[in-house]
Design a protein around this ligand. Structure first.
Ligand SMILES: [Zn+2]
Length: 271
């Protein structure tokens, strides 16, 4: 018996397979090749199927990004749980008894397979600021009433007015109040988009207007340090997207099935 299999929050293999089957195929198992259910024959319960027409065999994992998975389905579930809890890789390995490279690889897979095509519009009072992280900078905005954020990595040495305005056009509702520091990239933004602009002058020790977005930067830095020590600048956009998703879509991070539903649903048919 492993550590993982004795824990109440980790179901047994049979239960996990049942849930995964529901998420991946819905009510009826369809052939990933021809898309039809009528010729599908189950070879091993909730594990292996065959299409009599196409003559191909497929499993739960072979039709998704879990293809070629080398760890057990119970370990996968446990590792997702660790990742959702923002556990660092070493501690996740202590629990699952997997190797560090394996756990690290799966953390990356989880992050890279998040489905994040959500629309977001910020309104009312919106705080905006920029932060420098690992040779790039991040433009960020927070709608303080609805607790929504939008972060964007820009691979440049310094942000300019164009970067700020592009984000505002896409994500700030006309008529909102934009709160920023005294940075020149924000000056005159109210002439380019219908908003009221309020500014703190940091040199005069005014900080109230951007305190919440600055709090987001502090959380982001802690998150990166704890979860991803070896972050390269190329990986930064996906890490920032994960952070954003954790803030905005708590249902994906509640339990492993929430994440699996988000990342595995609607299997692409190879037609
Ligand atoms: Zn088929």
């Amino acid at each position: 018996m492993t550590f993982v299999s004795s824990l109440s929050q980790i179901p047994d293999e049979k239960q996990i397979r049942k849930e995964l089957k529901k998420i991946i195929f819905g009510k009826r198992v369809k052939c990933p090749c021809c898309g039809r259910a009528m010729h599908v024959q189950q070879l091993k319960k909730n594990k292996l199927w065959r299409c009599r027409k196409c003559r191909n065999r497929f499993s739960l994992t072979s039709v998704t990004w879990l293809k070629g998975m080398k760890i057990s389905i119970v370990d996968l579930y446990a590792l997702i749980w660790c990742w959702q809890k923002k556990m660092n890789v070493q501690q996740a390995c202590n629990l699952t008894e997997l190797s560090i490279p394996t756990a690290r690889r799966y953390y990356e897979l989880f992050r890279d397979n998040l489905k994040l095509d959500f629309d977001v519009i910020l309104e009312d009072k919106v705080q905006m600021d920029e932060a420098f992280v690992k040779k790039a900078f991040i433009m960020g905005m927070k709608d303080i009433k609805h607790k929504r954020i939008k972060l964007q990595v820009v691979m440049k040495k310094a942000p300019d007015k164009h970067d700020a305005m592009e984000l505002i056009y896409q994500y700030v509702k006309p008529g909102s109040t934009l709160q920023t520091d005294g940075g020149s990239i924000y000056s005159g933004c109210e002439n380019w988009w219908p908003l009221t602009h309020k500014r703190d002058i940091h040199k005069k020790f005014e900080f109230g207007l951007t305190s919440e977005i600055e709090g987001i930067w502090a959380n982001l830095r802690t998150f990166i340090r704890r979860m991803y020590h070896h972050v390269t600048v190329e990986k930064l956009p996906k890490i920032v997207a994960e952070f954003e998703a954790r803030f905005m879509h708590k249902e994906i991070f509640d339990n492993p099935l929430g994440f699996l539903k988000n990342s595995l649903s609607c299997v692409r048919l190879a037609l």
